[in-house]
Design a protein around this ligand. Structure first.
Ligand code: HEM
Ligand code: HEM
Length: 179
């Protein structure tokens, strides 16, 4: 297949929807997490953390749906670039899927390690009540994966923008809805 026609191909609408829903949720989660401690201790902070946990579960659902769709009906395109560049793009996509799955699992683990209340409506019992060290350790891992996702996704987004504005090809268009 010629590179031009490869780059001109487009993902299906569901894949495009899942991709951008994931991107928006990741950014929301990251920004949301930075603001939790701005709220005074008490019901407001519980609400802020609950929003983070509920959006995290939504991200988990989107990720599972996206992977199932990719393995079944979703359109899969050959790499837009040949050689090392194509390989790097594929590797980056794999790393992003793995990091997202790890983030969701560690996030759920963190909620369980801390024990929490969701909007003060119902509570999640702690795995080992009073074990602050465990919760802190899991939280550090969660924060670290968050930074790594930010860096890898930033690199990935920059590559898409380089394709668009420096190389002026249609690679970003593969992941944009048809106008
Ligand atoms: C890509 C998705 C996510 C990102 C980028 C993210 C990011 C973060 C960050 C940066 C923190 C602050 C850590 C710190 O500074 O110590 C945090 C805390 C937390 N996250 Fe996530 N998170 C994500 C998904 C999830 C999920 C799926 C859950 C659970 C279902 C979750 C539950 C929590 C909890 C309970 C905290 C502790 C909040 C607090 O200390 O008050 N996160 N998250
Ligand atoms: C947290 C944010 C993001 C995540 C987690 C993410 C994740 C991914 C993943 C996993 C794929 C592979 C799709 C597949 O073949 O299964 C992909 C493809 C793609 N993403 Fe992202 N993405 C993010 C943000 C962005 C942004 C901001 C842009 C544009 C500026 C972008 C542009 C693209 C493009 C153009 C493709 C298709 C590449 C190709 O066909 O070779 N992504 N993304």
């Amino acid at each position: 297949m010629q590179p031009v026609s490869r780059a001109a191909a487009r993902y299906d609408n569901a894949t495009i929807f899942f991709h951008w829903a994931t991107a928006v949720l990741v950014v929301t989660q990251w920004l949301g997490a930075q603001t939790i401690d701005w709220f005074p201790r008490g019901p407001l902070r519980v609400d802020a953390r609950s929003v983070h946990i509920v959006c995290g579960l939504l991200l988990a659902a989107v990720l599972v749906a996206r992977i199932i769709w990719r393995l079944t009906g979703g359109r899969r395109l050959p790499p837009a670039d040949d050689g090392l560049l194509g390989l790097a793009a594929r590797a980056t996509h794999w790393v992003l899927y793995i990091l997202l799955a790890a983030m969701v699992l560690v996030g759920i683990g963190l909620t369980w390690a801390r024990g929490d209340s969701i909007f003060n409506l119902f509570s999640i019992p702690a795995f080992d009540p009073g074990n602050r060290a465990l919760a802190d350790e899991v939280q550090d891992i969660h924060a670290l994966i968050g930074w790594i996702i930010l860096a890898v996704a930033g690199l990935h987004a920059s590559a898409a923008l380089v394709h668009r504005y420096l190389w002026r090809d249609q690679v970003l268009g593969r992941m944009l809805p048809r106008r």
